[in-house]
Ligand binder design. Structure first.
Ligand code: FAD
Length: 300
C-alpha cells in the first residue's frame, strides 16, 4: 500500500525498524522478534541498508521475504552513496517485481576512513528521490503512482550543514522532489522535536513527519547511540535517571523504557503523524512501551 494511503488510514502510524543481521543466530533471533512484532500490527516496518556494501543483498532478501511470507508492509531503506543509476534501477526493479510499494531514500555516509571519491551518480538524497519517483512511475508501481517515498529529517541538525536554515531548505527540496513523508533521526528531547516541527511548517514543509524513537536499554547502548547519531542531545534528566541506577542493568533498561514511553505519550498527545521505533531487532522494549501507552494495536 502506498505510504500516503497508510498515513491517511492511520491516525498515528506506528512502525518498526529492523536491520539485516550478519550471523545465522542473528537471523534466527530476528525472525523470532518479527513473529512477536507482527501481532502489534505496525503500519509498516523498515529495513536498513548498509551503505558500506556488506549487508546490501541481505536487505533485499529480508524485504522480499517479509513481503512474501508475512502480512507486514516492508519499506526498504536505500542509500545512493557510491551507487550508479543502473545499480539503483536494478534494485528498484527487484522491489517493483516483488510488490514493494515504498522506499526510504537516503544518501548514506562514506564508510569510516574512506576517501570521498566514489560518490557515484548521486550527490544528495534529493537526487535519489527524483530518480525513484521517475523509475517507480516507469515501472508502474502502485498502479502507476510510483513508489511512496520517505526521507530523513534531523531535528537536532545534520553535522555537515551547520546553517540550520539552509538545512530546512535542503529538506524542503527533498519534499519538492517527491518525498511523501519524513522520518526523523532518533532524539531524546521532545522540545527539540516540537520546535523543529514548527520550523518545518514555517519553511513550507508539508510532508507528514514521523518521529524516530530509540529506547535506551543499556549503558553501552547509550554510548553507541551517541556515536551513531552525532549531535543528538542527551538531556541531563535522562542521564541522571541512568546514573541513579548505579550500573544495575535491569534498572537502566526500565529507566530508558520509561523515558521513551513518556516521549511517545507526549508525541501522541501532540498529534504526531507517526512514531517509528528503532528496535535493534528486539521486541521487548517496544512491547513494554505499547502496553504502558495502551496502544497494543495501531490506532486506526
Ligand atoms: P541528504 O539529504 O543528502 O543530506 C546530507 C547532507 O547534505 C545534509 O547536511 C544536508 O543538509 C546536505 N544537503 C542535502 N541536499 C543538499 C544540496 N542540494 N546541496 C548542498 N547540501 C545538501 N544510513 C545508512 O547507511 N543506511 C540506512 O539504512 C540509514 N537509515 C537511516 C534512516 C533514518 C530515519 C535516518 C535519519 C538516517 C539513516 N541513515 C542511514 C543515515 C543517513 O544516511 C546519514 O545520516 C546521512 O549523513 C544523511 O542522509 P540524508 O538522506 O539525510 O542525506
Amino acid at each position: 500500500m502506498h505510504i500516503a494511503d497508510i498515513l491517511s488510514r492511520d491516525t498515528t502510524t506506528m512502525s518498526f525498524e529492523f536491520f539485516p543481521p550478519k550471523t545465522d543466530s542473528g537471523w534466527e533471533s530476528l525472525y523470532r522478534s518479527i513473529a512477536e512484532f507482527a501481532p502489534l500490527e505496525p503500519s509498516f516496518v523498515s529495513v536498513t541498508y548498509g551503505a558500506g556494501g556488506s549487508t546490501r543483498d541481505n536487505t533485499h532478501a529480508l524485504v522480499v521475504r517479509l513481503r512474501r511470507e508475512t502480512r507486514l508492509e516492508p519499506v526498504p531503506h536505500l542509500t545512493c552513496f557510491g551507487h550508479t543509476r543502473d545499480e539503483i534501477s536494478r534494485i528498484l526493479e527487484l522491489y517493483a517485481g516483488n510488490g514493494v510499494s515504498n522506499v526510504l531514500a537516503l544518501r548514506g555516509d562514506p564508510p569510516a576512513g574512506a576517501r570521498i571519491l566514489a560518490l557515484g551518480d548521486f550527490q544528495h538524497a534529493g537526487d535519489l528521490v527524483a530518480f525513484i519517483k521517475r523509475e517507480g512511475e516507469r515501472l508502474g508501481v502502485n498502479g502507476g503512482r510510483g513508489f511512496g517515498i520517505g526521507v530523513a529529517g534531523f531535528p537536532e541538525g545534520h553535522p555537515e550543514t551547520p546553517n540550520t536554515l539552509r538545512q530546512l531548505d535542503h529538506l524542503k527540496a527533498k519534499c519538492d522532489a517527491g518525498a511523501d513523508y519524513i522520518v526523523t533521526q532518533l532524539f531524546f528531547d521532545n522540545h527539540a522535536f516540537h520546535d523543529w516541527r514548527a520550523r518545518c511548517e514555517l519553511a513550507g514543509i508539508r510532508a507528514p513527519i514521523i518521529a524516530g524513537i530509540m529506547p535506551v536499554t543499556s549503558a553501552t547502548g547509550l554510548k553507541r547511540m551517541a556515536d551513531l547519531a552525532a549531535g543528538t542531545r542527551f538531556p541531563a534528566s535522562l542521564l541522571k535517571a541512568i546514573a541513579r541506577c548505579r550500573g544495575d542493568a535491569e534498572a537502566i533498561e526500565s529507566a530508558g523504557i520509561h523515558w521513551a514511553t513518556e516521549q511517545c505519550r507526549d508525541l501522541l498527545d501532540s498529534d504526531v503523524a507517526g512514531i517509528h521505533f528503532y528496535t535493534l531487532n528486539k521486541s521487548d522494549a517496544t512491547k513494554r512501551i505499547y502496553k504502558a501507552l495502551g496502544v497494543r494495536m495501531a490506532p486506526r
